[in-house]
Design a protein around this ligand. Structure first.
Ligand code: NAD
Length: 276
């Protein structure tokens, strides 16, 4: 039901997955991920920082799904940068997840003031070579950070997971990704459920297509080629957010939504250049 995107190393990722930032560890995570599997999701986006990897592991174990049916991403915590440390922390994640490998491992934030993301990236290359992750990528990297990886290392990240929604369209990074074979993963694809979903242009398109505002925004991402993992703990919304493969936005409606871009003013999270 969900199409896949082929990454630059040949690994295939379901284009729509399930995000679990701010989902409480333990039972709430197990329940939400279980609901997601029942609704048809096969891709889960977690992080060491979210403290809910054990819940993901429990939901996977209870699901009866085979390992190769599920795509699991986790991300390196900010206090675990460094070549050795990154590999050690991935081993801890694997124990929590109850898995012998993840599908995608990301550097969560570049933390440029520390000047250690290149060394950390070599740790991810090692982890991939050791079979502990099928793919490696980054998150919240700006063009300058990607340029440094290209100049100083041998591996182009398979993905860059960045804040991206119609009100924060990231045209420069998207063009860079396209030119360099990096898949774009969009975090907070629904603008965290804020004013975006009640913007008049979005609600008018929802009415036109007979779908919800969230579904219209998710179609915008999918038609641009972004990988998305909307978050919800509400069963009806979990189902609604994956029920987006039986309609298509017209090209001019995609362009209208792209016109909502507010540039830097549309950013909801931290500017990666300033996070240390
Ligand atoms: P999101 O854009 O997915 O919005 C989630 C919120 O939108 C929900 O809490 C709910 O309030 C609302 N919502 C969800 N479905 C809805 C629906 N159908 N109708 C109306 N409202 C709905 O926000 P997010 O959780 O920030 O982002 C998604 C995922 O991206 C995260 O869970 C996480 O996996 C990832 N993420 C990564 C980073 C990073 O630094 N790499 C940062 C933030 C998020």
């Amino acid at each position: 039901m969900v199409p896949t995107i082929t990454l630059n190393d040949g690994v295939q990722v379901p284009q729509l997955g399930f995000g679990i930032w701010q989902v409480e560890p333990g039972r709430p995570t197990v329940d939400a991920v279980t609901q997601a599997f029942e609704a048809g999701y096969r891709h889960v986006d977690t992080a060491q920082m979210y403290r809910n990897e054990e819940g993901v592991g429990q939901a996977i174990a209870e699901s009866g799904l085979s390992r190769d049916e599920i795509f699991v991403t986790t991300k390196l915590n900010n206090n675990r940068h460094g070549r050795e440390e990154a590999q050690k922390s991935l081993e801890e994640s694997l124990t929590k997840l109850g898995l012998d490998h993840v599908d995608l491992f990301l550097i969560h934030w570049p933390l440029p003031a520390r000047d250690d993301f290149v060394d950390t990236w070599r740790g991810l290359e090692d982890a991939k070579a050791a079979g502990r992750t099928r793919s490696i990528g980054v998150s919240n990297f700006q063009v300058a950070h990607l340029d440094r990886l290209a100049a100083e290392t041998d591996t182009v990240p398979s993905v860059n997971q960045i804040e991206l929604h119609p009100t924060f369209g990231q045209p420069e990074l998207r063009a860079y990704h396209r030119d360099n074979g990096i898949a774009t993963e969009a975090w907070s694809p629904l603008g965290q459920g804020g004013p975006l979903l009640s913007a008049p242009i979005v609600t008018a398109l929802a009415e036109k297509y007979g779908r919800s505002p969230a579904q219209v925004v998710l179609r915008w991402h999918l038609q641009l080629g972004n990988i998305v993992f909307p978050k919800s703990v509400t069963p009806a919304r979990i189902r609604e957010n994956i029920d987006v493969f039986d309609f298509e936005l017209a090209d001019d409606d995609v362009a209208t939504l792209s016109g909502l871009d507010e540039g830097e003013a549309g950013r909801l999270g931290p500017n990666p250049d300033n996070l240390s």
